[in-house]
Ligand binder design. Sequence first.
Ligand code: C2E
Ligand code: CA
Ligand code: CA
Length: 442
Amino acid sequence: LQELEKRIEAKRKRVDPATCVYTQQFFNLYAEGIFNWGRASDYAACAFNLKGMNALNLKVGMENGTFMIKTYVCGLQELLGEDGIVARNSGDNFSTIFLKDRIDDVIAYLSGKEIFLENGSVNGFMSAHAGFYLITENCETPVELADILATAVRNAKENHTEPYVFYDDNLKRQIDEAKRIEEMFEAAIEGEEFLVYYQPKVELERYRLCGAEALCRWKHGDSMVLPFKFIPVFERNGDICTLDFYMLEHVCRDLCRWIDEGREVVRVSVNLSRLHLGNKELLSHILSVVDTYGIPHEYIEIELTETAIEVDYGELKALVSGLHEAGIHTSVDDYGIGYSSMNLLRELPWDVIKIDRSFIPLCNGDAEDEKRKIMINSMIEMVDALGLQCIAEGVETISQIILLKEHGCYLAQGYYFDKPLPVAEFERRLSDKDRKNQKGVA
Ligand code: C2E
Ligand code: CA
Ligand code: CA
């Protein structure tokens, strides 16, 4: 009897009762065996996370959902046979380790498979986000392997273009770099290393400065780091929320100083990441910063990117309406490249639509230009019909300006006028505000 109990206990440690694949504990033992045996570089490993389980459970019910998971992962184990094992880490997270020459089979399987229920009535398509690693001698222990797999699958989930990623030296460098950036954040905020640059917005009828967008720069030592290096990192770990309020506060500080100095100021827009939208205090926090510096609300604009399907519509509506009631302008940033539904534009009281750079015709004989012209024309017409303002981003040439005016868009921002400027230089633009731009009127 003791012998039987021992065997049951051993099996319990080896097999996950819900899915009948191996346990993580057994996976570690198996990996350890491979490493001890000196055969690790014959193997590849992969951590994967099943896609869309919530939706699937809603569609077919919990019990059927569990059955389908089980069928899917056991199918992978069957496919591997003696060449490897599949194990469950937790919930819908699994890993597998197998001989390298089976890699194509595993990729194909995890890319998607139709699964039928026992009675054949309902079926679903199962697939996974997967992070692969072809084991090399740089990885020496199961613990290191687990670290690598966790990183790889996290990247696979964040990667919106490919459902799977391979962990390699390049990915490792990116991850190390991101970690370094994360670690420097707090000191950078305290040391005021983030600077506000101001990019002028220009009114095209008389070429007057009519506003500015605040854009972040990181002065780190002697170098000036651009947002594409650090914004995505801070969007991943949530620090972007701190950074956005730092920017808002610094913009308010500058505006306050300009007003005190008797300058004629313009409205400044601040970018707000959509990550803020879960925060119930967001609106009151924005207002309290603006009011602490005594800035008239008409001088502040908040830019939000289009987010219709990813974000709680109710929260977005509450924010945009709340800002509108408080007299703070709002704009839809990067219009056209996201998921903006017509409802998002119609039902929320936006003030400005910023047409994304990718829609601005290049006016250089580019083959795609005709399409851009058609699209930008209908965008401008629609924005006009909705009674909103329309601004073109990324305007670089005089031909683009002529074209925009022909189509009825009278606001622009872009290198043709100015790059984002350090504060002192922008202050000179403010002083020149009433003089015509040197470039003349087109
Ligand atoms: P964005 O909000 O779409 O900002 C416009 C970007 O286009 C800026 O890049 C600007 O320098 C660039 N740009 C402006 N005119 C032209 C042009 O004529 N040609 C070209 N090729 N580019 C032009 P930047 O400053 O590198 O910022 C990149 C992105 O980083 C911003 O895109 C925004 O999404 C994000 N970002 C910057 N600062 C902040 C911030 O304080 N908070 C948040 N949440 N995001 C920020
Ligand atoms: Ca923007
Ligand atoms: Ca933009």
